[in-house]
Design a protein. Structure first.
Length: 227
């Protein structure tokens, strides 16, 4: 059964979704308080998170930023807030999908299955499944990245940026988000450091900097990776 953690302070909605999803092989554990939810995420293993934005004690965007700094878990935002900037911020800080309220629970189930299918092919395990090929493999236990079966000699900052890019292939991360998510970058406004580290990573995987194949610059937006 799929294990989902939900942070939702609308208890009635949480009960409706929990009952519907359980009938479809999805077990939901809900927390109305985001602080307690974050603690639960540290203590238990979940396959996916459903996250509201308007919460007591901590805004959902802050919850998303905090969790994605240390946890590689798919996040679906479920919110009645209609501000486009909220949606942009949520996706920028690591959310995988954004579902405006109200919605049909069947659509939520479809989105859960879609996001989990995408995560199943992201190479974040030491050994990839036979149905997926990539030049990059991440071994989180040893904090190592292998490129074409050769272990890369990476600094902590290089490891943090590279694994961030790999966590969402083809997703463009802005320099601001990269700096925010990487603890080794001391000054969060130091976007030049991001460019320098990206340059070192390209050198370590022997990329032609004039025509890179893997780490791609999106002019004015940031960086993405093709794996």
């Amino acid at each position: 059964m799929i294990e989902v953690i939900m942070i939702e302070d609308d208890v009635e909605l949480a009960e409706i979704l929990t009952e519907f999803l359980k009938a479809n092989n999805v077990n939901v554990t809900n927390y109305a308080d985001p602080i307690i939810g974050i603690q639960a995420l540290e203590e238990h293993k979940y396959d996916l998170m459903l996250l509201d934005l308007t919460l007591p004690n901590m805004d959902g965007i802050e919850v998303c930023k905090k969790i994605t700094k240390y946890k590689n878990i798919p996040i679906i935002i479920s919110s009645a807030r209609s501000d486009t900037q909220d949606k942009i911020d949520a996706l920028e800080y690591g959310a995988d999908d954004y579902l405006p309220k109200p919605y049909d629970p069947k659509e939520l189930l479809a989105r859960i299955n879609s996001v989990l299918r995408r995560y199943n092919i992201v190479p974040t395990q030491a050994i990839l499944g036979n149905d997926y090929q990539s030049d990059f493999v991440v071994d989180k236990d040893s904090m190592s990245v292998f490129f074409k079966e050769k272990k890369l000699d990476l600094t902590r900052a290089e490891y943090e940026i590279l694994t961030l890019l790999i966590s969402q292939p083809s997703h463009i991360f802005s320099r601001a988000v990269i700096a925010e998510k990487c603890d080794s970058i001391k000054s969060k406004g130091d976007y030049k450091s991001v460019d320098v580290i990206i340059g070192r990573l390209r050198n370590k995987i022997c990329e032609d900097t004039r025509n890179p194949k893997y780490i791609i610059s999106a002019r004015g937006l940031g960086y993405k990776i093709n794996i």
